[in-house]
Design a protein around this ligand. Structure first.
Ligand code: 5GP
Length: 179
């Protein structure tokens, strides 16, 4: 599909399945090298990162476990600036090396909130892997350690990312078409 229409907005094809797959391969390889002979706890941020997390973990060869946290900062096509934790982390993470798995890093508000939560749990280290990164929108100082694809400050959907809940099932990534 070259275009999709959701809630009267038109989205055009932007990042193909092949591009997504090869960028995930690069992220996985970097993590496998960085944490060689170590154990990592992946914390995936729901809902958007479920597809990325599944495909990323299939390419991870080091010892690992995965856990999920549900956060929300977007309503429609806008960030609200406030991050809500909807499903929390219940397990003991003391002393573990964490890799946060994000679908997209935009303002960085979600990442800051997650760092706060994880630091309260006395983890040993925190790094971040994200499929998409909007450097122009990012307003924080935390490093983004493993980036799949950098994109301009535009609203995208597909491959787990939604517009008001819709579009997560699309296998490639679309961006809002300028009228
Ligand atoms: P941040 O807290 O970094 O501003 O935003 C992170 C969250 O906002 C992402 O996990 C994602 O759910 C949502 N988000 C940010 N940019 C976009 C976008 O372009 N499209 C969609 N669908 N969600 C986005």
């Amino acid at each position: 599909m070259q275009e999709v229409e959701i809630h009267n907005s038109i989205f055009e094809s932007y990042i193909t399945e092949n591009e997504i797959d090869s960028s995930i391969g690069k992220v996985a390889e970097a993590i496998n090298v960085e944490y060689q002979d170590q154990h990592v706890v992946f914390i995936a941020v729901l809902n958007g990162s479920f597809m990325f997390c599944a495909d990323l973990l299939k390419k991870i060869t080091i010892s690992c476990t995965v856990s999920f946290v549900k956060m929300q900062s977007y309503e429609g096509q806008q960030t609200t600036g406030k991050v809500n934790e909807l499903i929390g982390l219940t397990e003991d993470l003391k002393g573990v090396d964490v890799v946060i798995v994000e679908d997209i890093v935009d303002t960085g508000n979600t990442l800051v909130k997650l760092h706060e939560l994880l630091n309260h749990k006395s983890v040993n280290s925190i790094k971040t892997a994200t499929l998409l990164y909007k450097p122009e929108a990012y307003k924080k100082n935390l490093p983004i350690d493993f980036v799949g694809i950098e994109i301009p400050n535009e609203f995208v959907l597909g491959y787990g990312l939604d517009y008001d809940g819709l579009g997560r099932n699309l296998s490639k990534i679309y961006k809002l078409k300028k009228q």
